[in-house]
Design a binder for this molecule. Structure first.
Ligand code: FES
Length: 60
C-alpha cells in the first residue's frame, strides 16, 4: 500500500497521515482516529483503518 493511499475519503486521510500521528505518540486505534479525524463522518472506513493500524502496530 502506497503512503498516499487514502484510507478515509470523507476526511481525506492517507496512510501517511496515520503514520504521522503514530510517530507523534498515538498508540491505540481510538487515539489515531481522534488525532486524524478519520472515521468521524460516514464511518465506513473504520474497519479498514483498524486493520491497517493493527498491522502497523504488530510490525513495531
Ligand atoms: S470514509 Fe471515513 S468517515 Fe467516511
Amino acid at each position: 500500500m502506497d503512503k498516499n493511499t487514502i484510507l478515509c475519503y470523507c476526511k481525506n486521510i492517507s496512510l501517511e497521515d496515520i503514520f504521522r500521528v503514530i510517530d507523534n505518540g498515538a498508540s491505540t486505534t481510538i487515539e489515531i482516529l481522534d488525532a486524524t479525524g478519520a472515521g468521524t463522518s460516514c464511518g465506513r472506513c473504520i474497519d479498514r483503518i483498524e486493520d491497517v493500524i493493527e498491522s502497523i502496530i504488530e510490525k513495531k
